[in-house]
Ligand binder design. Sequence first.
Ligand code: ATP
Ligand code: MG
Ligand code: MG
Ligand code: MG
Length: 476
Amino acid sequence: MKTSADLRKLFLDFFADKGHEVVSSSPLIPANDPTLLFTNAGMVQFKEVFLGQETRKYTRATTTQRCVRAGGKHNDLENVGYTARHHTFFEMLGNFSFGDYFKREAIQYAWEFLTETLQLPAEKLWITVFEEDDEAADIWLKEIGVDASRFSRIGAKDNFWSMGDTGPCGPCSEIFYDHGPEVAGGPPGTPEEDGDRYIEIWNLVFMQFDRSADGTLTPLPKPSVDTGMGLERLAAVLQHKHNNYDIDLFQNLIKAIQKLSGTTDSSNTSLRVIADHIRSCAFMITDGVQPSNEGRGYVLRRIIRRAIRHGHKLGLKEAFFYKLVQPLVDEMGEAFPELTKAQPVVEQALQIEEERFADTLDNGLKILDHAIEEMGDKEIPGETIFLLYDTYGFPIDLTADIARERGLTIDVAGFERHMEAQRNRARSASQFGGGLSETLIIDGETVFCGYDHMRNEGVITALLVDGENVDKLHAG
Ligand code: ATP
Ligand code: MG
Ligand code: MG
Ligand code: MG
């Protein structure tokens, strides 16, 4: 069996053989990008190189980049526990060309790695290109010889990438793996594609144009390549597992949680959620984030509290989350020595946060259960959400998570009315009535932050980022 560690090495070695410099993962806090909450792709650390603002001694690179998608533009937090393929933390394997090779080599390398190095059968692989990208289509169909029945052209929403409103952009080509007819879901580009049968494993981005403010696309003098493949998704394919949480790396974490909780069913959703969350939380702390009521720290706090609540569901009433750092270090410490180094700091931060929340979680849950029994319809009243938030430290997404599990919805508008009332009370109580802000902008990005923050600061925050609800408070 190929372990996750084997695959990580096979990938990096493959591209090193093709002249790529093996570059270490950068931290989760982007060094030069204040617009970004967390590093969410392999290209982040190379942004300036792609923009031509920085040069390196190499024109080809390969990495396994630690990524978090739990806030801002990419937010997969609500998918964890619901899909087979999404994590808040994952490793993105990538190969990059900085004005060196382009579409032909990028496609050939990807195909060679999958079908020769890893020996995956071609019939299991489905290919998409951007609908207008005839060049990539010709390479796949005529040079590689991919069967047209497993090939499709897709619109810009999924298959055109851009760095921002202006700057480098270009078409993508994605490779999907067919997990077989036992799994529900349709091929890419069909209305049923949201299922988990055809899982996207690799995205090849061809940076081909420079977009100007008026939208004009000018061909880049030296086009580049940026690719990303989820290590966990690849491991699932190679280990003949449909669900990422069934791969070696997650199973070892899940076993550790089972040992602590006595849970026998290894596919229990709470086990999966906790195994996911220990990875994102531990790496965020490793990279310098601490639980707090704002910005990155509040994303971390919210994820920790969700994990603790899932532990509570498994009957874990004592602090347990920090005990998973050791098994995580056993799994990932070799590939990420910074994690091993930070282990004591991570354990301590998690334990403190657990102890702080443990006092109120149990009582808060009792209040919630009582409110659910009392309520006439399927919607948890705003007043309850507010009480849980304000007195028991339940971030609103935690209550939403519980509601979703039970097929209930939450009254967000009612909650916001209570928040507004609280805000007004704070305003009139404050001798400096002004200075309140409706949204909290951290490093140029509006993030959902602690409403309880206002108790101290008189600051209140919004749930919106770029007009998108970052917390997706859906309960259906
Ligand atoms: P999906 O459509 O499945 O959400 P994506 O199109 O958002 O994936 P990309 O932004 O193209 O993903 O990222 C490149 C690769 O990283 C994906 O092909 C996938 O293998 C992996 N990946 C993306 N998001 C996640 C995640 N939340 N957990 C695990 N792997 C991921
Ligand atoms: Mg996605
Ligand atoms: Mg996709
Ligand atoms: Mg993609």
